[in-house]
Design a protein around this ligand. Structure first.
Ligand SMILES: CC(=O)[C@@H](O)[C@H](O)COP(=O)(O)O
Ligand SMILES: NCC(=O)COP(=O)(O)O
Length: 237
């Protein structure tokens, strides 16, 4: 079974736009789980432009499914994760100020660094995953860091799928086969959507978890619009 972990960064983006508490991030996280979501993902960034560090702390008592915190393991991030003790930490090599994640780790160049950080999280009972491109050398390097899981960076697949090129899945299938052989658990995320998720799932052996945010929140808005516009019209009769 593949678990769906819903990334709620975009809920925080919307809330922060007005400075108040609408939409209420904690209520959204509660409801996503009530609706069947099997995990909550957040990706606090150093500028706290969407998820704030305090949100990560507040979610600790709300998330009873899988709690996944993603980010670049700088000192503040490491301290936050050790304080929140989520189910899983996903390490992502983001540049400060990056609009969104745009590459996986070079698991060969950063092997010692990753191994050290991963050990620290594992000593604290937190499962680790590292964000990687579907490149075989990077999967082999990931294994050597001691991580339990990898998260396949799916932007390239999603882009090719949008263009009608289903062969974009090929490197992901090879990466997943190798990860399975090496005993690495497989997560995936970035730009997955209602359009592409079923094809991805059907082709990736042993896919344990997907984290989906941007498209899912946009789809939820769109699929709810008809309903809400009509609720307003009823009140204005
Ligand atoms: C690692 C990954 O692909 C997602 O966590 C993504 O980076 C979400 O972050 P933003 O919501 O800031 O784009
Ligand atoms: N790890 C990927 C994630 O959490 C969500 O990415 P996206 O769906 O917002 O592109």
């Amino acid at each position: 079974m593949t678990k769906l972990s819903v990334n709620i960064n975009k809920i925080a983006t919307l809330r922060n736009a007005r400075g108040g508490n609408v939409p209420d991030l904690l209520k959204v996280a509660t409801d996503i789980q009530k609706f069947g979501g099997q995990g909550i993902t957040i990706h606090p960034r150093p500028d706290e432009r969407h998820i704030r560090y305090q949100d990560a702390r507040d979610l600790k008592s709300i998330v009873y499914t899988e709690y996944n915190i993603e980010g670049n393991p700088q000192h503040n991030f490491i301290d936050l994760v050790l304080e929140c003790k989520p189910t899983q930490v996903t390490l992502v090599p983001d540049a400060i100020g990056a609009i969104t994640s745009s590459a996986g780790w070079d698991t060969i160049k950063n092997q010692d660094y990753l191994a050290e950080v991963i050990q620290e999280f594992q000593r604290n009972g937190i499962r680790t995953s590292i964000f990687v491109d579907p490149v075989l050398e990077m999967i082999e390097g990931a294994k050597k860091t001691g991580t339990e899981r990898i998260e396949l960076y799916t932007e390239a697949f999603a882009h090719q799928y949008d263009l009608g090129n289903k062969n974009g899945i090929d490197p992901y299938v090879k990466a997943a086969e190798l990860a399975n052989e090496l005993g690495l658990g497989i997560n995936a995320g970035h730009d997955l959507s209602l359009d592409n998720i079923q094809f991805f799932k059907q082709n990736i052996p042993g896919l344990l978890e997907v984290s989906i945010g941007h498209a899912l929140i946009a789809e939820a808005l769109y699929l709810g619009l008809d309903n809400v516009v009509n609720m307003y019209l009823n009140k204005l009769k």
